[in-house]
Ligand binder design. Structure first.
Ligand SMILES: *Cc1c(COP(=O)(O)O)cnc(C)c1O
Length: 341
């Protein structure tokens, strides 16, 4: 039995999901003729309180399209310094949108109205790049899945409106956040111009992300996806997996959160762990004790068929997901306490 905790992307489609994929109606989606893709896009638009949505191969692509359609070259995007759009998308913002970024510290990645306000450039000063988008991430992957509440988002949205800034949400794990807050996904639509969600993270689809948007962005979003090479043909196989994931794998996310907390309770007590970030959702980030290196611990756990991710020179990451069972949890709890380093 291998416990793979490196990411919530390592899941395999369940037999029921595979059956839904095999039964999907198909067509050429570049001609707009794949009924399963359309169904998923309409479902996501409705779910997120938006006008339209676009199925894409990855969350990197949905984020990149979102920023591209909300900015002009030379603009500046305001975001957390460790945000995925900046740190983990291969320099895409510079390459695809020709924008600069204004990086904020945030409270575990959640940026505040005060910080944003202090970093909006005066649009009349031609020395300064034009601040044009506030990009939020929910949950924040670099900060162990910390999440915003709608109340905080509403405040940021009011500020953005008053300063003429657009709002993008990297909601790769939005449903993990909503699992904790109990807020309805549909309320998100009124605060953002574009929202990206991932179907291949905790939701367990093999491939796919969706960008939801307001009506005026529909054509632009479809054109940019085409230009990036993201127009897919009989993509209904994949879209059907996404629809299945939204219907069947959202309510169970609370189990992942519970198991992450259980992992944390054990890790807190073992000798090779120095400290843990608070565990808010399904991500555990730990600092290893000074005399150890993440690589050595990762290797040692590997010998026990437990896979975890070295996350920085001092940190290790573990992420729970729908292929991580209670039996695996028991095995991890036992192994973490007994390994000798
Ligand atoms: C995984 C992730 C993405 C998208 O990643 P892809 O691997 O391109 O699908 C975007 N944002 C966050 C916060 C993520 O964790």
């Amino acid at each position: 039995m291998t416990c793979d905790l490196r990411s919530d992307t390592v899941t395999m489609p369940t037999p029921e999901m595979r059956a839904a994929m095999m039964q999907a109606s198909l067509g050429d989606d570049v001609f707009g003729e794949d009924p399963s893709v359309r169904q998923l896009e309409e479902k996501c638009a409705r779910l997120l309180g938006m006008d339209g949505a676009l199925f894409c191969p990855s969350g990197t692509m949905t984020n990149q399209i979102g920023i591209k359609i909300l900015t002009q070259p030379y603009d500046e995007v305001i975001c957390y310094r460790g945000s995925h759009i900046y740190k983990y998308e291969g320099g895409g913002l510079a390459g695809n949108s020709n924008v600069s970024v204004r990086l904020l510290e945030g409270n575990r990645g959640r940026i505040s109205t005060e910080e944003i306000q202090a970093n909006i450039n005066n649009p009349k000063d031609v020395h300064l790049p034009l601040s044009s988008v506030v990009a939020l991430e929910n949950t924040v992957v670099r900060e162990a899945g910390s999440f915003y509440t709608l109340q905080e988002i509403e405040k940021i949205s009011l500020l953005a409106q008053s300063a003429n800034l657009k709002m993008h949400l990297d909601g790769a794990r939005l449903f993990n956040a909503l699992t904790e807050t109990g807020e309805p996904a549909a309320s998100y639509g009124k605060y953002f111009d574009t929202i990206s969600i991932c179907l291949s993270k905790g939701l367990g689809a093999p491939v796919g992300s969706v960008l939801a948007f307001k009506k005026e962005y529909e054509t632009k979003a479809r054109r940019v996806r085409k230009a990036l090479g993201g127009g897919m043909r009989q993509a209904g196989f994949l879209a059907a997996a996404g629809t299945y994931a939204l219907d069947h794998h959202v309510a169970r996310l609370k189990e992942d959160h519970w198991r992450a907390k259980k992992l944390g309770e054990t890790l807190q007590k073992v000798s090779w762990v120095k400290s843990l970030m608070p565990i808010d959702t399904n991500i555990v980030i730990l600092k290893v004790a000074e005399r150890h290196s993440p690589e050595k611990i990762v290797q040692k756990l590997n010998e026990h068929q437990i896979k975890v991710l070295p996350f920085s020179a001092t940190e290790i990451r573990l992420v729970t997901h729908l292929d991580f069972s209670d039996t695996m949890l028991d095995k991890c709890v036992e192994t973490f306490s007994k390994i000798k380093l």
